[in-house]
Design a protein around this ligand. Sequence first.
Ligand SMILES: Nc1ncnc2c1ncn2[C@@H]1O[C@H](COP(=O)(O)OP(=O)(O)OP(=O)(O)O)[C@@H](O)[C@H]1O
Length: 592
Amino acid sequence: MIKFLSKFLYVLRGKQKKLLVMIFLFLCISLLEVIGTGAIGPFISLATNLENIEQNYWLNWVYSNLKFTSKNQYLLTVGFLVIIIFYVKSFLSFKAQKLIFKFSFGQQGELSLKLMRLYLAAPYTFHINRNSATLIQNIINETSKFVNGLMIPLLVSISNAAVIMALIALLIFTNAMATLMIALILLIGLLLFHNFKDRLGYWGKEGSESSAEMIRLVNHGLGGIKETRVIGCESYFEEKLQKQAQRFGDSVSLAVSFSNLPRYVIEPFLITFIIIFTFLFLAFDKDNYQNLSSILGVFALASIRLLPATSNLLSSVNTIKYNTISLEKIYLEFKDLEQASENKFTTIIDSKTESKLAISFENIVSLNSVVYCYPNASKNALEGIDIEIKKGNSIGLIGKSGSGKTTLVDVILGLLTPQHGDIKVDGVSIYDDLRAWQNLIGYVPQSIFLIDDTIEKNIAFGVADDAIDHERLYNAIESAQLTELIKQLPDGIKTVVGERGVLLSGGQRQRVGIARALYHEREILVFDEATAALDNETEALVTESIRALSGIKTMIIIAHRLSTIEHCDRIYMLQNGRVLKSGSYQEVVMSK
Ligand SMILES: Nc1ncnc2c1ncn2[C@@H]1O[C@H](COP(=O)(O)OP(=O)(O)OP(=O)(O)O)[C@@H](O)[C@H]1O
């Protein structure tokens, strides 16, 4: 319980004060409900017999002190008061609930945002090792479950516990014997549900795992729809999804049914007790009917308010148990990622200033004995790479598949941090200010990631609509040989490219990627097999535009087509993570 609370408060840090206000509001609603329920009693007792004024100390006290002229006038006033209490109670309850929901759902948004920020700031290796379906599940589903399945039920539990305690105090005051019996019934109920604790936790885990698995399967099946259709493996995904949906349905239905069990068990228990109690009472204390009706009245009050409060409390505890897995997941993500990238996290919040950070690059970038080993890999992917790139020069990286070209580029991009060695710009390590280094680089990956938006937004990727520089945009389009294509499109640069750019050809996608790198006007351009998907004619055009950048931009190009790197000042041939050969195109390629 203490562990649960400390994790819960860790996730909601900075919100503790607001949380206390929410608890206070919940308690106020409960209090209003108790007062409301309690106020009907005196009214009914007065209405059935006006003589009750004399028998009830408080009714009598108010009657004589406020100097009512008649008992009927007193009854009218009490009735009016009860009406007012109920209206005020409903109004305040509505207001308080509104505030509570605003806070709770606001928290859901904030938690999602916080997770997204952490994922964006996480080291690249974190993303290599994690499935995006799990991250989506955490950002969307787990935060929702945290709020709906943990935070709100926790607040509801606190308020119900307060109602229960207030009513029990009231009952003890009225009839200790009957209260003891009710307490006994509630205790049996509590013990019964204690047994379900672990099973609910298990169902919670099952529900969460199966829903993450469902997102993963949908991603795979629909994400690779072309392959799915051609191979004809639709039924494979259907069957797998069906299995997970079944698993999800079973665990959720069991958890929800058992969460509501308290109501179904406590009710008949209470009725059994009332009837047995009445028979026993009649058998042993026949003459004291008045006493019996007052005791039954206590039971009635209990069943009106105490029963729902208890079953709500137990249901909420069950819901919390079922959703504890969400707390565990969010807590672990927060803790691990915040600790791993404490500094990075604080800078990412300030991402607007980040994009302006700059490092001076006037002469040379040098890679000195760079060694990189992937987490859990048995051998190094890079084994002591030494490369020098002069400003304005172009270098080409070649080598067989698996020789380490992409890894080297990822290290240069600052996505992977080498275990040994350093990268220096004019003698300054890039690790002194990685963001500033990255602000020097434009990158065209092997497969261009396009968003389902216009060509314009895809080129000016990550730039707010009103901040798009149209001159730069047209220059980039021109240099990437996209002008003709855009002229032919019905909506020009406003044409939507479809999810992952499905409405464009492979070559066109590649050119949009190149235009993106050019739009951002970075000093160093990194092309990772940028021309692999282009037809000969387009490739020649793009190669030409890359060649035109020679001497203006510093370029690092990975290419399988040797024609792309013909113009490079220096070629590095990699093998097993080492530089096998380096020199001019003639020296390295022609003498192969
Ligand atoms: N995430 C990873 N975890 C472990 N090992 C990896 C990972 N990614 C790549 N490797 C290994 O690192 C080595 C270099 O891979 P890399 O992708 O850099 O080669 P490459 O030259 O770019 O190949 P290609 O031309 O096929 O893209 C390979 O042996 C590969 O198996």
